[in-house]
Design a protein around this ligand. Sequence first.
Ligand code: PLP
Length: 407
Amino acid sequence: MRLPENGLDRDEVFRRIRERKAEDADWHGGRTFSLIYPASEEVDAVLAEANRLYVFENALNPFKFPSLRIMEQEVVAMTAALLNAPNGAGGTMTSGGTESILMAMLVARERARVERGVTQGVLLAPYSAHPAFAKAAHFLGLEHRQIPLDDDFRADLDAAAELIDDDTVVVVGSAPGYPHGVVDPIPELAALAAERGAAFHTDACVGGFLLPFVERLGRPVPPFDFRVEGVTSMSADVHKYGYCTKGASVVLHRNDAWLEHQVFLYGKWPGGLYGSPAVAGARPASPIATAWAVMSFLGEKGYVDLARTVMETTDRIQAEIDAMPQLHVWGEPVASVFAFGSEEIDVMAVNDVLDDRGWNLDRQLDPAALHMMISPKHAEVVEELVADLRDAVDNHGESRGAEARYA
Ligand SMILES: Cc1ncc(COP(=O)(O)O)c(C=O)c1O
């Protein structure tokens, strides 16, 4: 394909975009899970306005755009407070969970190299950890070692103790993990890491803006944040349960001095000193502004209210699933992310029916499961979703063989 010779008429540009967009998944109607986290029309309007204000700015140079520097610092500080980071902690915003994780793994690798002389490091993460850890290991030249799961789908502690060694630069736990929504035994894994002088990272990309508010609702949440001794870094995505549009995550380090291993400073070129906090050079400004806007707009009360809606909706859906004798929820998910399966029927065939009705549930393997991640919007579609699920369980055919595919 080549550039259009004379450029298209503006109306034609948008006609073509809209025509293509019509084929996309219907997230406005609450029919997607995990990709988008719709909160409310009010929140959408705040996000759109903040996005519009910062479409053209570049966050690469905070001296030119001091408003972005201040907002980024405040997003990081508010997130640190939410996750009980101690005085002296530090962090930055990044483009998403994957970049936050990459930065935390880089810092762990560099600390182990400088402090303990580890040259060929190991990244020890549960089998259920997000692929971003495998990707980080691949990018950073670390050996990726996987901790098998116990019967509750949490990292198996005995296996972790067998697998850790003096080359381990970091141990990882998820709060919660994406596949089953369970929280790994963070205090025990962090203690194991500390014994070897290794870093410990809690991946709270999903839970960072959810578990603190679920806890405030008085529901049980296992220890996962900086209150756990031995947790040296955390990732928390504003663009998941922080309800921000995409491109906004926070990586936090217990000690801000460790940021020297993350921030890249370079001066040996004609352009003078170049500094960059994470992977990107030029950085979009909108994610900083939208993250600041939505966090400030919602505040503690807004997030607690949304967490209540999300948890009540989750309770309703899980109760309906449990009431179907063929289905059950796997493990003990702590919040609103969970997988359900069956020993009797083929849930992939069930999902074929749901697919045909416009739902977009992820399929999972090992064990075979369908995956849900509940956002506030789903409160409006619970009855329809459950009715379709019940119908699909009773009236499905053979599976069409669709692949389990996350991205
Ligand atoms: C537990 C967990 N960690 C990390 C990530 C990676 O986040 P991102 O897709 O923003 O890079 C995800 C994404 O779903 C996740 O569920």
